[in-house]
Design a protein around this ligand. Structure first.
Ligand SMILES: Cc1ncc(C[n+]2csc(CCOP(=O)(O)OP(=O)(O)O)c2C)c(N)n1
Ligand code: SF4
Ligand SMILES: [Mg+2]
Length: 292
């Protein structure tokens, strides 16, 4: 087994500085993604960050690695294609609650049931930040936003329960205000073989005046302080519903199951991009011409 060589934070410093609002939770998530890649010794040439659209989805522009800033809600299919074409790349999907749990939810469910070997970090600020403060799928019931002027009538989606029930094999919750834990959770997700979903409380200081840093600081506790055992499916599902005065942070559920890649014979021969092209060059060129 190759020795793991950790890489320093500077390795991932991009030429462009983030332009998020001062105090936005996404700054902490960016730093933790960089630290987590370093802890896993993933060099920038082996790291691909894929996002959709939103304030949080701007993250790939601020990190030195390969990046794709795709379309709203389409980060997961783009990441799936890139990962299956080159399984040697570490693929980390980054984006918001609107992007991942709203318009992109269908793709997310199927990636989770396939147990695709990628990591998804959702900067969950319970609002649409980029479009200036409309309700998202995780906005609390009763929350007055630009799109819910008399209070949100909808029950929020529970991303952790959804992930556990759908087949994700590493399901965790972090908070931008708990930097070390957040780095460990993302690092654990990158190291995990299978689909890792890390939902992160990443406050939008401009458009969400309810789910603020003090709101979470008063309520969160760390599962690691209570010797939590994350391997029991039913207990984890119940834990995912804990909300109110006490909200758990940490790895809620973790299990080792075959990945999609394990079940497809073609990947046994290595990454597709490194395998010989098994069709006639002329036919291949015709196919490419037809598609571009
Ligand atoms: C197809 C499509 N529909 C709607 C939009 C408008 N839009 C851009 S970002 C966004 C929501 C972003 O919310 P979220 O993913 O939570 O990211 P945040 O800005 O909060 O980080 C919406 C609705 C769009 N860009 N494309
Ligand atoms: S609007 Fe909200 S989510 Fe967007 S950068 Fe500002 S604080 Fe962050
Ligand atoms: Mg959001």
């Amino acid at each position: 087994m190759a020795t793991l060589i950790e890489l320093p934070l500077d390795t991932y410093k991009g030429p462009v500085s983030p332009d998020w609002c001062p105090g936005c939770g996404d700054y902490g998530v960016l730093r933790s993604v960089q630290e987590a890649a370093g802890k896993n010794g993933v060099a920038p040439k082996d790291l691909l960050i894929v996002s959709g659209i939103g304030c949080s989805s701007n993250l790939p522009g601020f990190i030195h690695a390969y990046g794709i800033h795709s379309l709203h809600g389409r980060a997961v299919p783009v990441a799936t294609g890139a990962h299956l074409a080159n399984t040697d790349l570490k693929v980390v999907i980054t984006g918001g609650d609107g992007d991942g749990y709203g318009i992109g939810i269908g793709h997310l469910l199927h990636a989770m049931r396939r147990n695709l070997d990628v990591t998804y970090v959702v900067m969950d600020n319970q609002i649409y930040g980029l479009t200036t403060g409309q309700a998202s799928p995780t906005t609390s019931k009763g929350h007055v936003t630009k799109s819910t002027p008399v209070g949100n009538a909808e029950t929020p989606l529970n991303p952790l329960a959804l992930a556990i029930a759908s087949g994700a094999t590493y399901v965790a919750r972090g908070f931008s205000g708990e930097a070390k834990l957040l780095t460990d959770l993302i690092a654990g997700g990158i190291a995990h073989k299978g689909f890792a979903l890390i939902d992160v409380f990443s406050p939008c200081v401009t458009y969400n005046k309810i789910n603020t840093y003090p709101f979470f600081k008063e309520r969160v506790y760390k599962l690691e302080d209570e010797n939590w055992e994350p391997s029991d499916f039913h207990k984890s599902l119940t834990k995912a519903y804990e909300w109110g005065d006490r909200i758990p942070l940490g790895v809620i559920y973790k299990t080792d199951q075959p990945t999609y890649e394990d079940s497809e014979a073609i990947f046994k021969k290595g990454a597709l991009v490194k395998q010989p092209l098994e069709i006639d060059k002329k036919i291949f060129n015709e196919l490419i011409e037809e598609m571009v």
